[in-house]
Write a protein that binds this ligand. Structure first.
Ligand code: HEC
Length: 128
């Protein structure tokens, strides 16, 4: 009887916890759509494409900020000395100006964590 209870509690625990973990992961397909609406006017994403108003974002995840060759970044983003991991991207997409003082990116920020998670999941797909 005890072991049956144990199995049941493990099942319940997994059912409750798994969706929470999964929701923090973000949906890259949804993120791609959001990106098209909110970011694409300023950013290209295909390897080798030119910068627009902002730099090309191919390979951006886990890369140091300010590395797209030929793009004139703000002094602020260079001085901030960031690496674009999940946490720094999350903070930047929430409030760009809080992360990069005197930065050039004019974007109000996503207030919804879900939007940020989805777009970050999409940015992670931009690699070989
Ligand atoms: C109005 C134009 C504009 C929009 C909209 C915009 N960006 Fe940017 N973005 C920029 C500019 C300009 C920079 C360069 C910032 C600097 O030099 O301070 C930048 C920089 C970045 C960087 C750092 C790039 C690097 O090489 O270090 C990331 C990441 C980024 N943007 C992601 C996004 C995402 C994701 C969105 C959509 C949610 C977005 N941006 C929307 C203009 C924009």
């Amino acid at each position: 009887m005890k072991s049956v209870l144990k199995v049941i509690s493990v099942v319940i625990f997994t059912c409750v916890l798994f969706p929470l973990v999964a929701s923090a992961e973000g949906d890259a397909a949804v993120g791609e759509n959001t990106f098209k609406k909110k970011c694409k006017i300023c950013h290209t994403t295909v390897k080798g494409d030119k910068a627009k108003i902002g730099p090309n974002l191919y390979g951006i995840h886990d890369r140091k900020a300010g590395q797209f060759v030929g793009y004139k970044y703000s002094k602020g983003i260079i001085a901030a000395d960031l690496t674009w991991d999940d946490a720094t991207l999350d903070a930047y997409l929430l409030k760009p100006r809080d992360v990069v003082k005197r930065g050039k990116m004019i974007f109000a920020g996503f207030r919804k964590e879900k939007d940020r998670n989805n777009v970050i999941a999409y940015l992670k797909t931009l690699k070989d």
